[in-house]
Ligand binder design. Structure first.
Ligand SMILES: C[S@@+](CC[C@H](N)C(=O)[O-])C[C@H]1O[C@@H](n2cnc3c(N)ncnc32)[C@H](O)[C@@H]1O
Length: 289
């Protein structure tokens, strides 16, 4: 772990490679070397705007554990948009010319993020729809159960052509014979879900290893450097390491950074075949304990 300090003006690649930096992404990103990363995965705050009062499920009346964390609070859409714009600008500077960026969000913010990305010059390659097989149950019974998140995949500008796209993996993961842009997989639960000392979820929005495995295998090569500027409990770096990629992670909350350090004490076991072995892509599977 590296703690970002105000007096530190810049970092070399060597200093930050395969490290998690404790600090504000808006500050730390400005200190990273220009054009230094091959892929960025960003899972930013959602700005869910949940009501402060307790929500109960309409069926069994149990309390809903929504995302009401401090890091998800913003004063207004303008404030949220400003945060997203500044972080996207800072990310663009550190992306290599042919690097790609993934951003994941729900309907609460994905449309705003997509517009901001286009306004800044990012060129959208795809949106991938993650269909959750075990979504949070419907809360109040007044609208559809939300069972999807959207991932926007983009290059930093329209001229970028030689980005990495491993089509064999894309075909393997997407639905149907053509490998369409729909990924069907469960949210993180059970043993995979990290717990704090109180036995409760350490992070309310920990992403599944399988989601990152798909992102990383479809859009990077072994040895590439992957940046996650809002790392949470570090799923991106954890999977990157297992797939022989490098990572740089930034997270503002010391509790989550501690969680990352603990998580890395038990490295993820993925049965790692060479990504060049196109016929065997299906064998890239998580090893069950
Ligand atoms: C949606 S969560 C990411 C979850 C992560 N993908 C995982 O699997 O654990 C967003 C994270 O952004 C962090 N965050 C919010 N603002 C930040 C900032 N300015 N700099 C760095 N991290 C920030 C929050 O603390 C939170 O952990």
């Amino acid at each position: 772990m590296l703690i970002d300090r105000p007096e530190k003006e810049s970092y070399t690649c060597r200093e930050v490679l395969n490290k998690v930096l404790l600090g504000d992404a808006l500050t730390v990103l400005r200190k990273l070397p220009e054009e230094s990363v091959d892929m960025v995965f960003m899972d930013p705050p959602y700005f869910l705007q949940l009501p402060p009062k307790e929500l109960r499920r309409w069926t069994v009346r149990t309390v809903v554990e929504g995302v009401n964390d401090d890091w998800d609070q913003f004063g207004s859409f303008e404030e949220y948009d400003e945060f997203i714009k500044n972080i996207l600008l800072a990310i663009r500077r550190v992306m290599k010319p042919n690097a790609t960026l993934w951003v994941i969000a729900t309907y609460h913010s994905i449309f705003r993020i997509g517009k901001i990305m286009q306004d800044l010059g990012y060129w959208i390659l795809n949106d991938v729809h993650w269909v959750k097989t075990n979504p949070m149950p419907n809360w109040l019974g007044v609208r559809f159960t939300n069972a999807t998140e959207t991932l926007i995949w983009a290059v930093k500008d329209k001229k970028a052509k030689k980005y990495t796209f491993n089509k064999e993996f894309a075909k393997e993961f997407g639905i149907g014979k053509i490998g369409a842009n729909v990924w069907v997989l469960p949210i993180c639960s059970g043993r995979e879900r990290l717990k704090g000392e109180d036995g409760k979820k350490l992070h309310s929005t920990q992403k599944p290893v399988e989601l990152l495995r798909r992102v990383i295998l479809t859009s990077t090569q072994e040895g590439d450097t992957i940046l996650d500027p809002v790392a949470g409990v570090g799923t991106t770096g954890y999977v990157a390491q297992a797939l022989n990629r490098n990572f740089i992670m930034i997270e503002i909350n010391p509790k989550y950074v501690k969680g990352i350090e603990k998580r890395f004490e038990e490295p993820l076991k993925l049965k790692a075949i060479s990504s060049k072995d196109k016929k065997k892509v299906a064998e890239y599977v998580t090893v069950e304990e």
